[in-house]
Design a binder for this molecule. Structure first.
Ligand code: NAD
Ligand code: LMR
Length: 333
């Protein structure tokens, strides 16, 4: 058996973590042969709840879980970690947009960036889930200059999963028969879920989603809007934001980063933009990526329609605005 690796989950007493910790500790992300030491970081008022989570992890009797380190100190939480799931942040309530959380949450990611910089492994893979995820990831990376920027990412995998699920449902196929739908831009209602490059297995044959659905009005209308507004729809129904599906998406994201993507398949991740596809540089932008040896690479050369370009402009503009707002919040502190 391999040596254990240290993994941190922040917001470990919260609702996403409650599903996420179990999935990680079962070996669904880093492999069934990889022993783990789980670091659980939360804030002092949650210490009691965190103790309960530690008890339940013990009671799950999970063979890969070698040790659990509950803490409220970021310097302990991030010490020597190989992967970080940054979940801890305030969730939005009904009627809010995710960027309404910016002033409350962005400061958390400054502190955590600084702590990662000091004590995490330099090749740590950081996944930001807490909203507004793209801009929080940008802030976190900016405060961790000794860790390569490529090691910071924001989660748009939940949007990708939602989009694939809509198409699978529409065509009556299984979810693993839908590939390569892209989420562009921000994890917000300006994101652009794009099925134009997507493929679907119909009666044993891979076809383009556009051909199989054969309804452009749906793909450019209802499909996009359903995915853009899905988080709000879940909040409307549950009165709490998505948790089980968010935890599953976080596992999918880190699993693919750790293990790579299959040939010809790509996934969407919020990563530092190099200006590809006309996006603004130096914001965290969701792109289609292929992953090999734990390194992601933006899939280049995809054809984008005029309709697609107009959608990319909208989400680009929002990310630039969020970045400026985050910088002014941090400047005023
Ligand atoms: P929650 O309120 O149930 O849990 C959040 C936890 O974070 C709490 O235990 C809280 O004490 C803790 N926390 C707050 N500040 C912290 C800090 N500085 N350090 C460590 N822990 C801290 O919320 P949740 O439902 O688990 O959601 C967490 C975040 O994830 C929210 O911002 C939510 O909007 C976001 N989210 C993102 C996606 C996505 O697709 N990117 C999906 C779902 C939820
Ligand atoms: C989601 O997409 O479900 C999360 O980002 C939570 C939210 O506020 O929508």
């Amino acid at each position: 058996m391999a040596e254990p690796i240290r993994i941190v989950v922040t917001g470990a007493a919260g609702q996403i973590a409650y599903s996420l910790l179990y999935m990680i500790a079962r070996g669904e992300v880093f492999g069934k042969d990889q022993p783990l030491i789980l670091h659980l970081l939360d804030i002092p008022p949650m210490v009691g709840v965190l103790e309960g989570v530690v008890m339940e992890l013990a009671d799950c009797a999970l063979p890969l879980l070698r040790e659990v380190v509950p803490t409220t100190d970021p310097l302990v939480g991030f010490k020597d970690v190989s992967a970080a799931f940054l979940v801890g942040a305030m969730p939005r309530k009904e009627g809010m947009e995710r960027k309404d959380l910016l002033s409350a949450n962005v400061k958390i990611f400054k502190v955590q960036g600084e702590a990662l910089d000091k004590v995490a492994k330099k090749d740590v893979k950081v996944l930001v889930v807490g909203n507004p995820a793209n801009t929080n990831a940008l802030v976190c990376a900016n405060y961790a200059p000794s860790i390569p920027r490529e090691n910071f990412s924001a989660m748009t995998r939940l949007d990708q999963n939602r989009a694939a699920s809509q198409i699978a449902n529409k065509l009556g196929v299984s979810i693993n028969e839908v590939n390569n739908i892209i989420i562009w831009g921000n994890h917000s209602s300006t994101q652009y879920p794009d099925a134009a490059q997507g493929k679907v297995l119909v009666k044993g044959e891979w076809k383009s989603i556009a051909e199989a659905v054969n309804n452009d009005a749906y793909l450019q209308g209802q499909f996009i809007e359903t995915v853009q507004k899905r988080g709000a729809a879940v909040i409307g129904a549950r009165k709490m934001s998505s948790a089980m599906s968010a935890a599953k998406a976080a596992c999918d994201h880190m699993h693919d980063w750790w293990n790579g993507t299959a040939p010809g398949k790509f996934v969407s991740m919020g990563v530092f933009s190099d200006g590809s596809y006309g996006s603004p540089k130096d914001v965290v932008f969701s792109f289609p990526v292929e992953i090999k040896n734990k390194q992601w690479k933006i899939v280049e050369g995809l054809a984008i329609s005029e309709f697609g370009k107009s959608k990319l402009n909208i989400t680009s503009k929002e990310l630039e605005e969020e970045k400026n707002e985050a910088l002014s919040v941090l400047d005023s502190n």
